[in-house]
Design a protein around this ligand. Structure first.
Ligand code: SF4
Ligand code: SF4
Length: 442
């Protein structure tokens, strides 16, 4: 059991003075409970303290000094997916996203996690936020997949002897293909509409480079010149969502620096978690006089790929794509960025593509950044629930807008005995423009 936090008296109860969860946001909660039915942890466990309303109450208790930052208190926040479905549902406009971000940063400063937890988190951040290190893993992982070791290990039951976090990672591992690296500049086809930057992401760049390639092709076909700065680092999304504020700020500054020089109309992301983080740089760097204004200007230029493509009528002809596509809303797209209609409208432009709506679309699939690696049991339950709602629709493909969701849905569908293809929205648009079949993408 992790040790309790230091008990030295501080202002604001259990919190320190560096941006505690804002009292004015906490006070906005009128305890109506409208957020409860969309909260994945409340849906799973029906525990008040694992609901948005309960978590806000725990913050209030800590701020008043009536609760301390101990393992039980922290557990209720560790189990939160940060999906912010509660914000969409809240009629009082409670900005839970800001509350959980501030709370998590407090936890990382004021709570002493167990040695095992610290090591696990350090390892995850050291690899998942460093594309070069992730890339080094490609070769051993490729060998693992191509050598036939994977089915052998899975069939033997030996995997079950390994620590839970290793088996969780193994289950999520995507099928690796040859990397499709992008040139630094992809010219627009025809008259140029705009000059845009493309955030390559970390997991996206190394494990789903075909999604970045499809994004650049579609943008170019639609008249956008695409700049993908080679020196762009990780955007820091996983770190912000995990309360690692300082490191996240360093990466935010480096990301702004990499794109600012390229003189762009927009900075585009095709990974919902990264995109919502870029739009929050102004908040993340608000205390830094040298960067606050730059961050504000940068955030104002950031868009999800579906937002940009929906702005203008399509220029490239869409060819038919015969498929039944179940559309899964990524939480950081629908709740954090409010992007729900745009992907649907873009998919509706594809002749013969049938788009199927999922029940419970507001509820997270269990991916949520590193959630499925640090809370694998809850994540699996949510993944199984999502798979059980997808399968009866009999789709030929599942479509979504975030690499984390792609991994989580593939693993969940495989566990359910229905290993359906799961693709990014932009891959379907690209296939339709190029006139290639979905099978050729698998
Ligand atoms: S962010 Fe998601 S998991 Fe956390 S309280 Fe809100 S709805 Fe529940
Ligand atoms: S819906 Fe909003 S106001 Fe109502 S309990 Fe949830 S967070 Fe509080």
């Amino acid at each position: 059991m992790p040790e309790e936090a230091a008990t030295a008296p501080v202002a604001l109860g259990a919190f320190d003075e560096h941006h505690p969860p804002a009292q004015e946001i906490i006070d906005k909660c009128v305890h109506c409970g409208f957020c409860l039915p969309v909260c994945p942890t409340y849906v799973l466990w029906h525990e008040e303290m694992d609901s948005p309303r309960g978590r806000i109450y725990l913050m209030k208790m800590a701020a008043e000094g009536a609760a301390s930052i101990n393992s039980e208190w922290v557990g209720h926040f560790d189990s939160c997916l940060g999906c912010v479905a509660c914000m969409t549902a809240c009629p009082s406009g409670v900005d839970y996203g800001k509350l959980i971000e501030a709370t998590r940063a407090q936890i990382e400063r004021r709570y002493d996690r167990s040695r095992g937890e610290k090591l696990h988190r350090r390892l995850l951040f050291a690899t998942l936020t460093a594309p070069r290190r992730l890339n080094l893993l490609r070769w051993p992982l490729l060998a693992y997949q191509k050598s036939g070791l994977r089915p052998l290990l899975r069939g033997s039951g030996l995997l079950k002897l390994l620590p839970h976090f290793v088996t969780s990672m193994e289950a999520l591992l995507p099928k690796l293909a040859a990397r499709e690296d992008l040139p630094e500049v992809t010219p627009a086809k025809g008259e140029r509409r705009k000059r845009v930057g493309l955030l390559l992401g970390c997991v996206q760049r190394v494990f789903f480079s075909e999604v970045n390639a499809a994004t650049a092709r579609v943008l170019a076909a639609e008249g956008y010149e695409v700049v993908a700065p080679a020196e762009q680092p990780c955007c820091g999304a996983l770190l912000v969502h995990a309360g690692e504020e300082e490191r996240a700020q360093q990466l935010a500054r480096a990301t702004i620096d990499a794109f600012e020089r390229a003189n762009l109309d927009y900075v585009i992301s095709n990974a919902a978690g990264c995109g919502s983080n870029l739009k929050e740089y102004a908040h993340l760097l608000r205390d830094d006089p040298a960067w606050a204004e730059r961050a504000k200007n940068f955030s104002a230029k950031c868009r999800d790929i579906c937002e940009v493509l929906s702005e203008c009528p399509p220029r490239a002809q869409r060819k038919l794509l015969v498929a039944r596509a179940a559309f899964h809303d990524s939480c950081h797209l629908q709740h954090a960025q409010g992007v729900r209609t745009q992907p649907r409208s873009l998919l509706a432009q594809i002749p013969e593509l049938e788009v199927l709506e999922l029940p419970e679309s507001a509820i997270c699939c269990g991916s949520a950044g590193i959630y499925n690696l640090v809370q694998p049991d809850a994540a699996s339950e949510l993944g199984d629930r999502k798979a059980s709602l997808i399968v009866p629709l009999r789709p030929s493909v599942v479509v979504t807008g975030n690499p984390g969701c792609v991994l989580q849905l593939r693993a969940s569908l495989e566990r359910a005995g229905h290993p359906l293809p799961v693709l990014h929205t932009i891959q379907l648009i690209d296939a339709s423009i190029r006139g290639v079949s979905l099978e050729s993408l698998l």
